[in-house]
Design a protein around this ligand. Structure first.
Ligand code: AMP
Ligand code: GLY
Length: 426
């Protein structure tokens, strides 16, 4: 089977790496891909916003399955446009992708299906939002409604902060994403992520993970897209997984099917494990980045393509995915300046030696090759050094040992990925 993967980050490199291990794969194409993906796929330049162009490319190249990595093309409806032309696609359509595209949509769906989540109210103007915030206990959580690359959320500990953030949202800081705002109660507990695949009716639970969003050691400093992750998440016991499936995931998939927009793809639930049990913080309609990297390191790669294909064709009840009992952990190596303006263009050497020790894979997130064939930094998050081990500490030690062998002057990473889970291991 010929497969087209859409995306260019570490998440897509991990997916490409797993897909390429399938005995059913004929050829993998990736648009636009990156130098790491180029080791296992043919990278092609396609304008992903031009849906007719993507459809034509699929027809010309006998693509039987399209796997969409990032959220933007899903929210833009690329999945619908492919399916309308008879091309199987892993990734939800525009309507179901509103689970990530609009926080108000998700909150309303939670109400409709009695899904546990933070209490909330939605607002379309600053005056009403401020009046509500003024009477609310602190801390209070304020979110721009639409896609804001992880930056549209404030956890305000003072009234001034809350009112200031509301002004920023309605003042256009997040563009149209801030044209409406959700204000919600602050949930206490430990965060975890849970990933499932659905074909619109059946659900295949994948695995759990935890990430580190802050740039600095000890979970300090500004938020990022994620500086590291590990799987499984110790807080997600069998009981919590069962409750999450029954109380959150199944009702979501059922409600979307009832509304005529069945969910086909991976559903990523961001959860708070509270004293009352799991509560939904947010949904994403794609794999996490860098969570996909640790998931793919634990999954049996030979089966991954079968699962993606079965979800796209509505035959998930026949699919299986085996998981290693090992822990996987990934450390993001970022370019100095990130999450502000990263330093680009520095040469990276030593990746082959760094990943030669076994149980280590280095996924490319933001790299490019110049005409001379040198590998250069080309983004904020640049490399995902990912290791498997018997324990979180073991996987961490392997990942950091590999990082020591990488020769790149501008790179930095957190030194404490996995600390919470390692503290539990004792
Ligand atoms: P979101 O973009 O909705 O995932 O929010 C970003 C981060 O803000 C989450 O990963 C949580 O750490 C935090 N957060 C969001 N909503 C809440 C809430 N209601 N209570 C506590 N923390 C929250
Ligand atoms: N690592 C968080 C995300 O992918 O949204």
């Amino acid at each position: 089977m010929n497969v087209l993967l859409i995306g260019s980050g570490g998440r897509e490199h991990a997916l490409a790496w797993a897909i390429s291990a399938s005995p059913r794969l004929t050829k993998l194409f990736c648009a636009p891909g990156n130098p790491g993906i180029a080791q296992v796929a043919e990278c092609v330049s396609l304008d992903v916003a031009d849906h007719n162009g993507v459809v034509a490319y699929c027809k010309d190249n006998a693509i039987e399955l399209v796997v969409i990595g990032p959220e933007a093309p899903l929210v833009a409806g690329l999945g619908d446009d492919l399916r309308a032309q008879g091309i199987a696609c892993f990734g939800p359509g525009k309507e179901a992708a509103q689970l990530e595209g609009s926080k108000a949509f998700t909150k309303e769906l939670c109400d409709a299906a009695s899904i546990p989540t933070a209490q909330y109210k939605s607002f379309a103007n600053a005056a009403d939002a401020k009046a509500y915030a003024a009477g609310h206990a602190l801390p209070i959580v304020i979110k721009a409604d639409g896609l804001a690359a992880g930056k549209g959320v404030a956890i305000a500990t003072t009234q001034d902060e809350a009112l200031g953030f509301i002004d920023e949202c309605f003042g256009g800081k997040f563009g149209s994403a801030g044209a409406s705002v959700v204000i919600e109660e602050f949930l206490e507990g430990e965060e975890a992520s849970f990933f499932v695949v659905s074909d619109g009716k059946d659900i295949l639970p994948l695995a759990t993970a935890q990430d580190h969003k802050r740039v600095g050691d000890g979970d300090t400093g500004p938020n990022t897209g994620g500086m590291g992750a590990y799987s499984p998440a110790p807080v997600m016991t069998e009981e919590m997984i069962e409750r999450t499936l029954k109380e959150i995931i199944q009702p979501t998939v059922d409600e979307l099917a009832r509304r005529g927009s069945p969910y086909q793809g991976v559903l990523y639930a961001g959860l708070m494990i509270t004293a009352q049990g799991p509560k939904l913080i947010e949904y994403n309609v794609r794999f996490g980045d860098p969570e996909a990297q640790v998931l793919m390191m634990r999954a049996n790669p030979a089966q991954v393509l079968d699962v993606l294909d079965a979800a796209a064709r509505g035959t998930l009840n026949e699919a299986e995915l085996d998981w290693s009992d090992d822990v996987a952990l990934t450390v993001v190596v970022a370019a100095s300046g990130y999450p502000g303006t990263p330093k680009k263009g520095g040469e990276i050497r030593g990746l082959e030696e760094a990943s030669s020790g076994g149980s280590v894979e280095i996924f490319h997130a933001g790299t490019k090759r110049n005409d001379a064939g040198q590998l250069l930094a080309n983004g904020g998050r640049v490399l995902n050094v990912t290791a498997r081990g018997k324990t979180v500490a073991d996987a961490r030690d392997k990942a950091y040992a590999a990082i020591k062998k990488i020769d790149w002057a501008d790179g930095f990473c957190r030194s404490d990925i996995g600390w919470r889970a390692i503290a539990r291991e004792g």
